[in-house]
Structure formats: C-alpha cells, structure tokens
Ligand binder design. Sequence first.
Ligand code: NAD
Ligand code: IPM
Ligand code: MN
Length: 351
Amino acid sequence: MPKVVTLPGDGIGPEVTAAAVAVLREVAPDLTFEEHLLGGAAIEATGEPFPQATRDALKTADAVLLGTVGGAQNSPWNQLPRHLRPESGLLALRKALGVYANLRPVRVQPGLEHLSPLKPELSRGVDILIVRELLGGIYFDQDRKIDGDTAYNTMRYTTPEVERIARIAFWAAEQRKGRVTSVDKANVLEVSELWRRDVTALRDREYPRLHLNHEYVDSVAMLIVSDPARYDVIVTENLFGDILSDLAAVIPGSLGLMPSASLGDGPGLFEPIHGSAPDIAGQGVANPAAAIMSAAMLLRHGLDQPHAAAKIDGAVSQALKTAPTRDIGGTAGTQEFTAAVLQALGRADVG
Ligand code: NAD
Ligand code: IPM
Ligand code: MN
C-alpha cells in the first residue's frame, strides 16, 4: 500500500489539502495517508518549521502531498531568524527530498477559455510546461549576508546542475511538441552564459532532434501572456521560474489552477504553486483545484497511476464548469467545488 505523507501547512493549505485527500481516497483507495507538520503550524507546535518527526516520516514515504506554508506580511513568523521561518522549512523539505525538477503545467482546457482574462483566441489551447530548477541558484547559495547597510545573495550554477534540469526539460519535450525554450538573462549575467552554453551543448549531444531556442526573462514575461502559444516547454533557473509561473497563472485565470510536481531521485513532492492566501484563509472559499490537480500529478509522476490521474483531471475540468469558485468568477466554496469533483468522478465511473 503506497504511503502518502501529507503536510497541510498554513493558511488555506489545510483546506485545499483536505480536498485533495478526499479526491485521492476516491480514485486510489489503495493509498494510505500520514499527516505531519511543516511551516508555521510546525513552528507553533515544535519551534521548528521542518521538525525531526516530519523528516523521519519522509524515509518511508512513496510521495509527499504539500498544502502551503507561510503567514501574512505582518505575521510574527516573519520576525524569526530566517532559518526558522515557514518558507525555510519548505526549502529544507525540497532539499531533503532532493527534488531538483519542478514541473509547473499551464493549461487552458477546452471550454474553460472564459476563465482567462486573455482574449479567447489567445488562451485557447494553451499548454505550456514550465520546468523550474528547484534546488540551486540564488535561493540556496550559502554565499549570502545582510550586514548593516549592505546585503547580498549569490546566483551560482554548476554544469551538472544545469545538465540535470535541462535533461528533464528535454525528456518532457520528447513526449510533447519537441520544443524547448531556455530562459535566462545571458545579456547581463555570467551564470546565464554558463546556463545557455550547457543547455545548448546537451541538446547538441543528446537531443539533436529537439528544437531549442533561448530567450531573455524580461521578454518572456511579456510574451508568455501576450503570445502564450509560442511556448511548449520552458526551462529556467529557480528564481526566474518562481516569478514566471505566478505570471503564467494569469493565462488559465487563477493561481488556484496551477499545480506542480517536484521530482528528484526519491519520492516526489506535489504542491499547488500558490501560497497560503492569508486574505481568504479560514473562510472556506479557496479554490482547491490546484491542490487536487497536484494530487493527480502525484498519481501520474509519483505512483505510476496515469489512468487515475487522468480521471481526476477530467473531473476537475467538469467541476470548473459546474461549480466555479470565487477566484474565477463563481460562488462555490471549497467544499462545494470538491463535492462537484467527487460527483464528476462518480459519473465517470458509471459512464
Ligand atoms: P498567495 O499565493 O498566497 O496569494 C496571492 C493571491 O492569490 C491572494 O489574493 C490569494 O487570496 C489568491 N489565491 C492564492 N491561492 C488561491 C486559491 N487556491 N484560491 C483562491 N485564491 C487564491 O501569495 P502571497 O499572498 O504573496 O503569500 C502568502 C504567504 O504564502 C506568504 O507567507 C508566502 O511566503 C507564502 N507562499 C507559500 C508558498 C508555498 O507554500 N508553496 C507559495 C507562495 C507563497
Ligand atoms: C513557490 C513559493 C516558494 C518559492 C516560497 C514560499 C519559498 O513561492 O513554491 O513558488 O519561492 O519557491
Ligand atoms: Mn512562488
């Protein structure tokens, strides 16, 4: 029986994770679940954002399902030393799992173009996969400091780090349209110069039939929302990928529609890309679609159950039509939306 460790976290995290678990129980009754603490919830209980009991649980996990962590701008958690804050717990979790490849699909399902603020002719058929490097770059480099009126962080990449993430992007492109756009800032940054050189060399050596081009991150920020159809797979470093994926959420229509899978050599980590949404937490109105679609990615990429994953994706598309939540112009609450997903799954079983 595969074991899923769940880490609901903070804010809307517990609300959307409960929805995802309810859906997983329905389509994959063989799973077992074990809930643990991460983020602010863990700080309150243990004083640490990534406690030992959570670390230990990962050793026997087949996959990890995460909600969200973090507090509001004025949360006391943000006053703690940086390594004791909720977000540091999440970064340490990613590191502990070794999940260097973060897949963030951006899709507009047929019939859901109206959820996008873009013109339907722009949003129709959008299907982009953002492959974000997740364990390197400016997020993790130890050459960092704040000292009086000076502070710095360091963006550093090595060839092996670039090659392993580029390989994931090329692997994904082989199953898609065969086009990879590598996003950097090579007109200014040496680290991007290395990134571009190594991505190109790997393509030439191992994936000669794939189409590769390079674009600057500032230009991509404009093009991804004005001409999203130009992209198939986007591969980029950690910080650029973080920013571009929130921007790309505009295309389907909400952060609540953006799931993710983080993969490495061990169990995968599956989480919505959105945060803890302190402005709506506890109200029962969060859109759980991203968390539920992350659960589908867990089945597809983490447990090799693609059929069950496809059933979930189909049911979410149905529910987005019949029970849209507030963020996408509807009135359904989290539980109502989840009930609509479960109902759509039931219909799929009968049909
Ligand atoms: P956020 O993603 O939490 O919220 C941005 C806006 O989007 C808010 O208006 C929010 O209400 C809305 N939103 C987000 N998810 C939604 C959903 N599922 N349904 C409906 N509306 C949704 O970003 P923020 O406000 O910048 O960050 C809040 C906290 O979350 C911070 O502490 C931040 O560090 C943390 N954070 C955590 C993660 C994570 O756990 N992976 C990701 C991003 C931010
Ligand atoms: C995300 C979040 C995290 C990140 C934060 C909370 C550490 O924004 O998952 O996109 O920057 O990776
Ligand atoms: Mn982010």
